[in-house]
Structures are given as structure tokens and as C-alpha cells.
Design a protein around this ligand. Structure first.
Ligand code: NAD
Length: 271
């Protein structure tokens, strides 16, 4: 008879230990910053940046300068926007978004910095004041001249009625999705705020980001250098894996749910 433990069991035991360690760090800390990327939304059906066959590999990105300088490029951009609108409009949050919203509810979140544009954190219950959107939002369209904003759904109606390049009805300016395009400056207020919160974090939790898109990916390192504990929950490797205090290579939904459940148990047992 053999009493050898299967490799799978050993791995599960390791995961239990790591989840417990992550939960202990969060339960003990005052300022917890969560930082999310495209990987937090793949379980909702939005492909991440690098998955083959996804919307992002189908199209070459449109540079901000090209969008602003060429009517033809704007036409192409809105043609794509019309086609991909429902990818964002019809999705629902998954367990990872709900677990992060639960962290806020139990008073264990200082802020949520996201690179995502899909609004799924807010849809899961995270409050607007908590969410710092580093790359803007696909939920709105804005005039680049006067700043007027429209819900993206209103512009979709225009596109579907045959308008190819919407313009501002107020000032005639160029209108663009309120997302940050390649080549476009990062939003100043959000970037400064995110950097400050990262510096002040006691625990910094990365969920579903390859950490290769800068300057956003700089934030976990800022946190770490200022003394924060670093937890990384990601399926693939990241350049910061070796700096993580807890590295969980698992699915965001199940992993975050288990971490937050464990945090709640710890808080209850300390009460
Ligand atoms: P990325 O595509 O570079 O990396 C995503 C990471 O998530 C990968 O390392 C992958 O291994 C991991 N991942 C995928 N599914 C996962 C899961 N279920 N659980 C845990 N990890 C998982 O994404 P990024 O770092 O956010 O950078 C991409 C850029 O593209 C960002 O700027 C973002 O704004 C934009 N983007 C946004 C969306 C969105 O809003 N949902 C989607 C695609 C891209």
C-alpha cells in the first residue's frame, strides 16, 4: 500500500496556504489597493489583450493622432466601434468583480485601480468613488473640443441609423470614445491619484494583468518599494512575479472569491 500524496493534492495544499497567507495580509492591513487588468474580465467573456482570435488581435490598434487627424480613420474606428459595442454592452460581472466589490463592502478597500474600460467593477457594486479608471471608459463618448459627454448607447443608435462619423451637436468638434487610445496621454487626475494611493498602500493586490502596459504597470512596483505587501493573482507570468509576497497562478474568479471568504472568516474570528 502506498501513502504517497498525489502532485495534484500537494498543489491544492499549496494553494490553500497561499490563499490563507493572502487573506491574512488583507485582514491585517488598513490600506488595501486592488489593481485589475483585462484578465479580471475574461471570465465574463471579454477577451484579454493577448488572446488569439479576440477582438484585439483582429484589428490593428488605431493611434490617437491618426484618429484626430483623419476623417477616414475616424470612419474606420466608428465602424469597428459599432461592431464591438455589444461585447461591452451585454456582459455581466463575474465572481472576481463581485469579490472585489465585497472587499469594499467589508471596509477592506482603499481604492480599486483598473486598466479596464468595461465598467464591470461598477456593475458588480463597486462604488464610483472607489474606482480609478486609468484607461478611461467605453461607456461614454466625449467631444474632444468642448468636453460634452454622451452615454455610448446613444451614439450606437446614431451609428445603427446610418451615421458613419458622429460629431458634436454642441460645437461641431470631433467625438471619440472616452477610452484612452494608443498614443493618447494618460488622464492626469486619475494617474496622479493612482500613483499616490499605490505609494500609500499597505497591501497591493494585482488581479488579471500581464503588468507589461506602462505606465499603469509601474504602480505595483511603486507600492512594493514603499513597503506594501504584494499579492499577484494571474493565470500567466508577469515581470513582477519574483517580487510578489504571494503569487497565485489561478483564475481570478475562484481565487478572489476564496481569498475574500477567508478574509471574512479571519475578521469574524478576531471580533
Ligand atoms: P493583458 O491582456 O496584457 O493581460 C491579461 C492577463 O490576465 C494575462 O497575463 C493573462 O494570463 C491573465 N488572465 C487571463 N484570464 C485570466 C483569468 N481568468 N484569471 C486570472 N488571470 C487571467 O491585460 P492588461 O495587463 O490589462 O493590459 C491590456 C490593456 O488592454 C489594458 O490597457 C486594458 O485597458 C486593455 N483591455 C481592456 C479590456 C477590458 O476592459 N475588459 C480587455 C482587453 C484589453
Amino acid at each position: 500500500m502506498s501513502f504517497e500524496t498525489s502532485p495534484e493534492k500537494i498543489m491544492n495544499a499549496d494553494i490553500e496556504i497561499l490563499i490563507d497567507r493572502a487573506a491574512r495580509m488583507i485582514a491585517a492591513a488598513g490600506k488595501i489597493v486592488v489593481f485589475t487588468g483585462a484578465g479580471v474580465s475574461t471570465e465574463s467573456g471579454i477577451p484579454d489583450f493577448r488572446s488569439p482570435g479576440g477582438i484585439w488581435s483582429k484589428y490593428q490598434p488605431i493611434m490617437f493622432q491618426d484618429f484626430m487627424s483623419s476623417e477616414e480613420t475616424r470612419r474606420e474606428s466608428w465602424r469597428r466601434g459599432k461592431e464591438t459595442y455589444h461585447v461591452f454592452a451585454d456582459v455581466e460581472p463575474n465572481e472576481a468583480h463581485y469579490a472585489i466589490a465585497e472587499l469594499e463592502r467589508i471596509g477592506k478597500l482603499d481604492c480599486l485601480i483598473t486598466q479596464n474600460i468595461d465598467n464591470l467593477h461598477q456593475k458588480a457594486g463597486s462604488s464610483d468613488e472607489m474606482v480609478i479608471e486609468l484607461h478611461g471608459t467605453a461607456m461614454y463618448v466625449m467631444c474632444m473640443e468642448c468636453g460634452k459627454r454622451w452615454p455610448r448607447g446613444e451614439i450606437q443608435e446614431l451609428l445603427e441609423s446610418g451615421v458613419e462619423v458622429p460629431g458634436c451637436d454642441e460645437c461641431g468638434g470631433i467625438v471619440k470614445s472616452a477610452t484612452i487610445s494608443f498614443g493618447q496621454s494618460m488622464p492626469e487626475k486619475e494617474t496622479t491619484e493612482a500613483q499616490l494611493r499605490s505609494q500609500q498602500a499597505e497591501v497591493f493586490v494585482v488581479v488579471g494583468s500581464s503588468l507589461v502596459v506602462y505606465p499603469a504597470a509601474h504602480m505595483p512596483m511603486v507600492a512594493k518599494q514603499n513597503g506594501a505587501g504584494l499579492i499577484i493573482v494571474n493565470l500567466g507570468e508577469t515581470p513582477l512575479d519574483e517580487h510578489a509576497d504571494v503569487l497565485l497562478n489561478g483564475k481570478a474568479g475562484e481565487t478572489m472569491k476564496r481569498i475574500v471568504e477567508r478574509v471574512k472568516e479571519k475578521i469574524a474570528s478576531d471580533a
